[in-house]
Design a protein around this ligand. Structure first.
Ligand SMILES: C[S@@+](CC[C@H](N)C(=O)[O-])C[C@H]1O[C@@H](n2cnc3c(N)ncnc32)[C@H](O)[C@@H]1O
Length: 356
């Protein structure tokens, strides 16, 4: 966006798509400020008629006060008529949902806190409004930079873009890309980063139609749905998958023999994840134009105590499908978000040399 290039973006997690859409959406600070004032007015009305949000596990994850306050904010956002304004407000709400819930902050997983401190209705409302203001200021800074560079006219981005909720194993793009920049997960979500559990609570309060019209709504219906739908989420057909994927990479075969000697559940996770990643790598490569580049940020996690060289395995997968390695660069992660997460990654740069 900052370089003025046309782009396509996709992810399987609806919350990721919402955040990206809110970032690239039309923006006019005055209209956002007015919307925040209107929403604040609705929230300060003790007789405001709102719909109580309910979902499986609601009273486990929220106190009655939090559930009511977040539901009231949700109704007040739905009352806005412009979808870009609603998306902006949903992002501010989604940040707040986890803060107002009973889940621990120290992990991406949903895990009930030992000490349940209530923020209270006024606290939740104030936090929401202050998040809205901070986000409006941030987007204004970004929009000013883009408009100084001539990339925005009348509040909207000039370049062509398309953001969609898609499974990368079945990725479809209208036009081939000259460059792919991505970072696949480092393993199955369940034992690496549970993006799905992290997103489950916010998604209960958001109008999913504002994210995308036609995606499978069951993705948001259970706390494990997104993680199961993500790469490595299904452990079925293990033997067929193992034989198939073992023939695709020498580095994978080496990890397979090391991990299977230690743990059969580790072996299952390894096979399922890399089988899915292979489908994804193949599909993504078809979306790249001849001589186009791929830049992949990759982390080598451990399974059953054994370091799995994701960077080498992805390099094998892409080489087999018509790309050449240009360089592999180390990358240290300056601020780790959560304890136990990676502190070092690699960036693999490859180039497609073979037409489809
Ligand atoms: C390490 S994060 C990278 C986030 C961001 N796209 C980036 O490149 O910095 C991995 C992302 O892969 C997404 N993901 C997992 N399985 C997927 C699939 N089958 N199709 C599309 N995205 C998937 C996750 O939802 C998560 O957002």
């Amino acid at each position: 966006m900052l370089r003025g290039k046309s782009f396509v973006g996709s992810d399987i997690n609806p919350l990721a798509i919402l955040c990206c859409k809110a970032k690239i959406d039309f923006f006019e600070k005055r209209l956002v400020d007015n919307a925040i004032l209107r929403v604040a007015g609705r929230l300060s009305d003790p007789r405001y008629d709102y719909k109580l949000v309910d979902f499986p596990g609601d009273t486990k994850w929220f106190s009655q006060t939090a559930l009511k306050s977040l539901s009231k904010i949700s109704t007040a956002i739905r009352a806005e008529s412009e979808s870009w304004i609603r998306r902006f407000l949903w992002v501010s709400l989604s940040d707040l949902v986890r803060l107002a819930s009973n889940t621990r902050r120290s992990t991406y997983k949903l895990h009930v806190k030992a000490d349940r401190q209530e923020i209270g209705e006024v606290g939740i409302t104030n936090l929401f409004l202050s998040k809205c203001k901070t986000n409006a200021d941030r987007k204004e800074v970004l929009w000013r930079q883009l408009s100084d560079d001539g990339l925005v006219s009348q509040g909207a981005l000039n370049q062509r873009y398309q953001l969609s909720l898609q499974d990368s194993r079945a990725l479809e793009v209208d036009e081939k890309a000259d460059l792919v920049v991505t970072s696949p997960p480092y393993g199955d979500n369940k034992t690496t980063v549970t993006y799905g559990q992290y997103s489950f609570l916010p998604l209960q309060f958001i109008d999913l139609d504002d994210i995308e019209a036609n995606f499978d709504r069951s993705l948001a219906s259970r706390q494990s749905s997104i993680d199961t739908a993500s790469l490595g989420g299904s452990l079925s057909d293990m033997f067929e998958k193992r034989d198939f994927i073992a023939s695709k990479s020498w580095a994978f075969r080496k990890s397979l023999s090391q991990v299977s000697a230690q743990s059969s559940s580790g072996e299952k996770r390894l096979v399922s994840f890399f089988y899915d990643l292979y489908q994804s790598a193949q599909q993504v490569l078809t979306a790249v134009s001849l001589d186009g580049f791929l830049m992949l940020t990759l982390g080598n996690r451990k399974i059953a105590g054994i370091r799995v060289p994701l960077d080498r395995i992805v390099c094998d997968f892409l080489t087999l499908n018509g790309a050449t390695e240009i360089v592999t660069l180390p990358r240290s992660i300056p601020n780790k978000r959560m304890p136990g997460s990676m502190s070092e990654e690699t960036v693999l740069v490859m180039r497609k040399h073979q037409s489809d």
